[in-house]
Design a protein around this ligand. Structure first.
Ligand SMILES: [Zn+2]
Length: 153
C-alpha cells in the first residue's frame, strides 16, 4: 500500500486554478462561495461559510448549499463526509483521473491528499472477488496533520 504512493500534496492551489482557461463557468454565488471557501485554507462547514458570507449579502443556508452543490458538480469542491465539511480542489485533483485518499486532520480540518491508484485497484479486485459492487468511494482517513501533531508533542 505504500511503495507507489506519492508525497502528500496540498488540496489547495486556488490562484493557479482560477487563472486557468479551463475554469468552468460559475454563477455569481458560486464564485463568491468558491473564493470564500478557498480563503479558509481548510475544510469548512456550510454554516461557518454562511457566517463568513453574511457581510457579502448571503444570508440563507440554502443559498450556500445550492452554490456548494453546483461547485461539486463542476469538480471544484469536495464534500468531506467524515467531518461534514467542504474543501476546494486543486487543478491537480480535477484534471487527472487518479484516485486519491484524503487525509483529514480531526483537530484543524486541514485536508491533504495522496494518489491511491494501486490501493483502489486492489480494493476493486477484492470487491470483485467477493461479488461486491462498489458504488461510491469516500476514502477519508482521520488523524492529525503535521502542524497539530507538533503542537501536541
Ligand atoms: Zn491539524
Amino acid at each position: 500500500m505504500s511503495a507507489s504512493m506519492a508525497e502528500p500534496i496540498t488540496a489547495y492551489t486556488p490562484n493557479i486554478f482560477l487563472n486557468n482557461a479551463s475554469m468552468p463557468k460559475l454563477t455569481g454565488n458560486e464564485t463568491i462561495i468558491y473564493y470564500a471557501l478557498d480563503s479558509f485554507n481548510r475544510a469548512t462547514k456550510a454554516y461557518e461559510l454562511l457566517d463568513h458570507l453574511r457581510p457579502a449579502g448571503i444570508n440563507a443556508i440554502p443559498t450556500v448549499y445550492r452554490a456548494l452543490n453546483g461547485l461539486m458538480k463542476k469538480g471544484l469542491v469536495r464534500y468531506i463526509t467524515t467531518t461534514q465539511t467542504y474543501i476546494t480542489l486543486s487543478e491537480v485533483c480535477i484534471e487527472d483521473d487518479e484516485e486519491r485518499i484524503f487525509f483529514v486532520c480531526s483537530n484543524c480540518s486541514h485536508v491533504s491528499t495522496v494518489e491511491a491508484d494501486d490501493v483502489v485497484d486492489e480494493l476493486q479486485a477484492n470487491a470483485k472477488a467477493t461479488g461486491f459492487t462498489i458504488r461510491a468511494k469516500n476514502m477519508e482517513i482521520i488523524g492529525l496533520c503535521p502542524v497539530c501533531k507538533a503542537k501536541k508533542t
